[in-house]
Each structure stands twice: as structure tokens, then as C-alpha cells.
Unconditional design. Structure first.
Length: 80
């Protein structure tokens, strides 16, 4: 199976939050919110983000994904 960032949960360690986005259901706005919660500058409008696909492209979007953690760390996140 090919790796797909869009189907990988986003991690906000500070808030102990994992977010699984679903395409075509407001995921651009959710990813923009996650960036703000992580302290990133909001330097793109929703329209510019959508045009470039930027919120969906790692590492340009600056988000953390469960794929960047070990299986033990992810299991701990899911059960704590």
C-alpha cells in the first residue's frame, strides 16, 4: 500500500490531539486551524492554499503526522 499523507492522522502533542481528515469535508480549513494551533504564521489565504494544494503537501504545510513517530509512540498517543 502506498503511503498517503491525506489518510495519516495529524498530531498536536501540546493538546494531546490526533486529527484524521477526510478529503472534501473541510480538511483545508482544519489543516489551517492545526497550523495556527501549532504557532505557525497564517501566511496563506484559504483560496491560495487550495490553488497550490499547500495544506495537503508535507513538509510545506508544517504539520506533524503519526508516520513521523515510532509505532510505540503512536500506540501511546492512542491509548493515553
Amino acid at each position: 500500500m502506498k503511503y498517503n499523507e491525506a489518510r495519516t492522522p495529524i498530531v498536536l502533542e501540546k493538546y494531546k490531539l490526533l486529527l484524521i481528515t477526510n478529503p472534501k469535508s473541510g480538511s483545508t480549513v482544519l489543516k489551517q486551524l492545526m497550523r495556527r494551533m501549532m504557532g505557525h504564521e497564517d501566511d496563506y489565504s484559504v483560496h491560495e492554499w487550495g490553488a497550490d494544494g499547500l495544506p495537503h503537501k508535507y513538509p510545506a504545510n508544517g504539520l506533524n503526522y503519526t508516520a513521523h513517530y515510532s509505532l510505540e509512540e503512536v500506540e501511546d498517543m492512542m491509548t493515553s
